[in-house]
Structures are given as structure tokens and as C-alpha cells.
Design a protein around this ligand. Structure first.
Ligand code: B12
Length: 215
């Protein structure tokens, strides 16, 4: 049954069928599938297939947009269902998608899971200029700055953030974590980010490690 829902979720996303995708998200949750399992085994493989189809020229922009809409709606249903820790843990995180990049589905999942784990999160949205990350971190009194990028052309903005933090003498004040499909540990090391996470669950783990190091 669970496997069938995963397969149907993949198909709904590939077909760009928003009604079906949201219905399957609700049905999966009603049947007791854990929100992150539903995401990781159903909807994310679906949108990854869409990416591959688009990348290989078998799907075009209108199809990509339809699938993205279906994914956004299903993600919203699933994000709302992530169980929340009753206690707030100390740790403040500012997160956004870098300037020039409109992809925010993955970043939004990360935000939901961080909040569900009791962190205070300021979500700056997408297309966020470097100086805004820094201003927001200062105002919010953040411990960690997280940035997301899905485009290889906007990856340099994560490097810019490290450089601007250094210039402003703030590199030791904030830990940084980077993520997004093209981002790797190697990239994080190269630009001097403090951590890399491959998915939302890994992000929570790395944030906990960074906070432990900071104290
Ligand atoms: C959906 C989508 C879109 C949607 C985005 C909608 C939205 N609201 O986000 C729309 C239709 C708007 C779009 C537009 C474009 N897209 Co697009 N898109 C995708 C697609 C298919 C899926 C992305 C996604 O949501 N994945 C699912 C999420 C859950 O995964 P994720 O983002 O990787 O996030 C996870 C982890 O990476 C990690 N993570 C992510 N961020 C962070 C941050 C932190 C701090 C941490 C700890 C962890 C973390 O945790 C997340 C959860 O597990 C990808 C293909 C792909 N497989 O990535 C292409 C893709 C990224 N797009 C691509 C392109 C080319 C474009 C366009 C340029 C197309 C065009 N010609 O207009 C535009 C660019 C617009 C812009 N300026 O940003 C290319 C990029 C190629 C490249 N090398 O740069 C890709 C790879 C498709 C392809 N195969 O060619 N796109």
C-alpha cells in the first residue's frame, strides 16, 4: 500500500497533476506514512524525474512549471504535518535561497524540519541578496546562516556570503551551512562554509553539531 502511494505520488508530480498530488499527500499521511518518508520516497523522486526529463530535453518550461506547482502544494500539506518538538531548543537560524535563484521547495522543507526540531528560524525566502542575509542575521541575533542554491550559476553567491562575512569581521560570529542539489561537501570546503547538508534531516544533524561546537 505504502509503495503504491509512493509510485502514485511520483506519477502525479511527473504529470504535473496538482489535485492528485495534494490528494495523495493527504492520503499518505492519513494512512500513517511519516511525513519525511512520504517526501523522500514519493514526492522528491518525482520532482527529480521531472528535473531529469527537463535536463534531457524531454520536458519543457510549461511542464516544469506545472510539476513544480504540484510539488509546492503537496510539500505544503506534508510540511504542515511534520510533528513538532514541544520544547524550543536554543538555536537561531536565518535561511534563504541566494540571489538570482527562485528555487525554494527544498529550502522550505529544511525550514519546516528545523522548526519542527525546536529551532527558531527566520525564513528570508528566495532571491535573497548577500547583504540581506547578513543584515537579517544581525537583527535576528542568529547563530547560523543557511543558504540554498539550485543553479550552478548562483553557487558563487554562497562564496560571496563567506567573503562578505569575513570583510565585515563577522565570520567567527556566525556558523554557515550550505545546501541545494548542486552543492557538495567539496564546495563547502572550498568556499569556507562551516557545514554542508545533503537533505533536511542531515541539515538538522549538522546544525546541532555546529551549535555544540559554538558553545
Ligand atoms: C522545481 C524546479 C523548478 C521550479 C522551482 C519552483 C520552486 N518554487 O522552487 C521552477 C519552474 C520555478 C524552476 C525554474 C528554473 N529552473 Co529549475 N528545477 C526544478 C527541479 C525540477 C526540482 C527542484 C526541487 O524542488 N527539488 C526538490 C527539493 C526537495 O530538493 P532540493 O532543492 O535539492 O533540496 C533538498 C537538498 O538539496 C537540501 N537543501 C536544499 N537547500 C538547502 C539549504 C540548506 C541550508 C540545507 C541545510 C539543505 C538544503 O535539503 C532539501 C530537502 O531534502 C530541478 C531539478 C532537480 N533535480 O534539482 C530543476 C533545476 C534546478 N532547474 C534548472 C533550470 C535550468 C531552471 C531555469 C533556469 C529554467 C528556465 N530556463 O527558466 C529556471 C531558473 C529560475 C531561477 N532564476 O531560479 C536546472 C538547473 C541546471 C543548473 N546546472 O544550474 C535543473 C537542475 C533542471 C535540469 N536538470 O536542467 N525550476
Amino acid at each position: 500500500m505504502t509503495q503504491k502511494i509512493f509510485e502514485e505520488a511520483i506519477k502525479a508530480i511527473v504529470d504535473g497533476d496538482t489535485d492528485r498530488a495534494t490528494e495523495l499527500a493527504r492520503r499518505g499521511l492519513d494512512e500513517g506514512i511519516a511525513p519525511l518518508d512520504l517526501m523522500n520516497s514519493g514526492f522528491i523522486p518525482g520532482i527529480n524525474q521531472v528535473g531529469d526529463l527537463f535536463g534531457s530535453g524531454k520536458l519543457f518550461i510549461p511542464g516544469l512549471i506545472k510539476s513544480a506547482n504540484a510539488m509546492e502544494k503537496a510539500t505544503a500539506v506534508i510540511n504542515d504535518a511534520i510533528p513538532r518538538e514541544q520544547e524550543t531548543v536554543s538555536g537561531k537560524i536565518v535561511i534563504g535561497t541566494v540571489e538570482g535563484d527562485m528555487h525554494d521547495i527544498g529550502k522550505t522543507i529544511v525550514v519546516s524540519l528545523m522548526r519542527a526540531n525546536g529551532f527558531e528560524v527566520l525564513d528570508l525566502g528566495r532571491d535573497v541578496p548577500t547583504d540581506r542575509f547578513i543584515e537579517a542575521a544581525e537583527k535576528f541575533n542568529a547563530d547560523i546562516i543557511g543558504s540554498s542554491t539550485l543553479l550552478t550559476t548562483t553557487m558563487p553567491m554562497q562564496k560571496e556570503l563567506e567573503e562578505e562575512l569575513k570583510k565585515a569581521g563577522l565570520k567567527d560570529k556566525y556558523k554557515t551551512i550550505v545546501g541545494g542539489a548542486p552543492v557538495t561537501q567539496r564546495w563547502a570546503d572550498r568556499i569556507g562554509a562551516d557545514a554542508f547538508a545533503q537533505d533536511a534531516g542531515d541539515g538538522v544533524k549538522k546544525v546541532k553539531q555546529l551549535l555544540a561546537e559554538q558553545r
